[in-house]
Design a binder for this molecule. Structure first.
Ligand SMILES: NC(=O)C1=CN([C@@H]2O[C@H](COP(=O)(O)OP(=O)(O)OC[C@H]3O[C@@H](n4cnc5c(N)ncnc54)[C@H](OP(=O)(O)O)[C@@H]3O)[C@@H](O)[C@H]2O)C=CC1
Ligand SMILES: O=C(O)C1=N[C@H](C(=O)O)C[C@H](O)C1
Length: 250
């Protein structure tokens, strides 16, 4: 059987370089291009790539994914920065290329995906919930894409259950002391040397708390999810948001 031809965009970055190694090591995949900043996007189409793994920056990702979609190259995207408006733009681009698939995964690690699902499931049972994400100090964006998605899922679950806003008597606060407000869920971002990617969801009810914690200790934690995305996206036209759609989680 012929190998699936894969390109990595952002190939010199922290996760991109790990993805290059993972694709090279996979027997059913062939790395046909490894693009860094400044490389012409034509490198991608000239390489004959069927799938591009996009791991760059929020500033670059839109143009790169638009190029992929415009050239019928499926995309597996880990880069953060996806707002409602950006997603709507991408949906529009996909309409002109209906056979192309794009997977956007806020997090490729199985533990992080499960954390999101567990938090969504637990949300309606607790009065209070806050998210703390902890990352390495070279991370450019805050809150993390994972924490933003987690908070959105929690907020939607609370709204669907008719939960009232969270109790919080804070009357005065320094800017940022109560975190960022993501759909009513406070999200706190820690940047600390020695960390990689970690998240805690703190849920509180009368006389009890529940903490759901996940730790990515190495970039290798993201690789099985990336490879699964590459193998599945070619048969999944349109936009898929979240790796959970490619996992049997029910
Ligand atoms: N979904 C997930 O599971 C994960 C997602 N991420 C996300 O992935 C992204 C990358 O993270 P990380 O690897 O730590 O960041 P890095 O800064 O280490 O890597 C990004 C790389 O992309 C390059 N780059 C920027 N623009 C372009 C472009 N237009 N074409 C090609 N290459 C480009 C950068 O080059 P230069 O250095 O020259 O700017 C850099 O080498 C972030 O958004 C991060 O949040 C990270 C880990 C897991
Ligand atoms: O920048 C990172 O490192 C990570 N980024 C993603 C995010 O913002 O959620 C995924 C993971 O947390 C690692």
């Amino acid at each position: 059987m012929s190998k699936l031809r894969v390109a990595v965009i952002g190939a010199k970055g922290r996760i991109g370089s790990e993805a290059v190694r993972a694709v090279e090591a996979a027997e059913d995949l062939e790395l046909v291009a490894a693009l860094g900043r400044g490389d012409s996007p034509e490198t991608l189409s000239d390489s004959g790539a069927q799938v591009a793994v996009e791991l760059t920056t929020p500033d670059s990702v839109m143009d790169n994914v638009a190029y992929c979609v415009g050239h019928g190259v499926h995309a597996v995207v880990g880069t953060t920065g996806w707002t409602e408006e950006r997603l709507a733009r991408l949906e529009g681009e996909l309409e002109s290329s209906p056979g192309t698939g794009v997977l956007i995964a806020p997090n490729f690690s199985i533990g992080a995906v499960l954390t999101m699902k567990f938090a969504e499931r637990a949300a309606k049972y607790f009065e209070s919930v806050e998210v703390v994400e902890l990352h390495h100090p070279r991370k450019a964006d805050a809150p993390s894409g994972t924490a933003t998605r987690t908070a959105q899922l929690i907020a939607a679950a609370r709204a669907a259950a008719g939960r009232a806003p969270q109790p919080d008597a804070t009357a005065t606060a320094l800017d940022g002391a109560r975190g960022a407000d993501v759909d009513g869920v406070p999200v706190h971002s820690v940047r600390l040397r020695g960390l990689l990617a970690h998240q805690e969801v703190l849920l509180g009810g009368e006389g009890e708390t529940l903490t759901i914690r996940h730790d990515s200790l190495h970039h290798s934690s993201f690789m099985p999810g990336i490879l699964l995305g590459v193998r599945r996206v070619v048969d999944t036209p349109g936009l898929t948001f979240g790796l959970e759609h490619f996992l049997d989680l029910n």
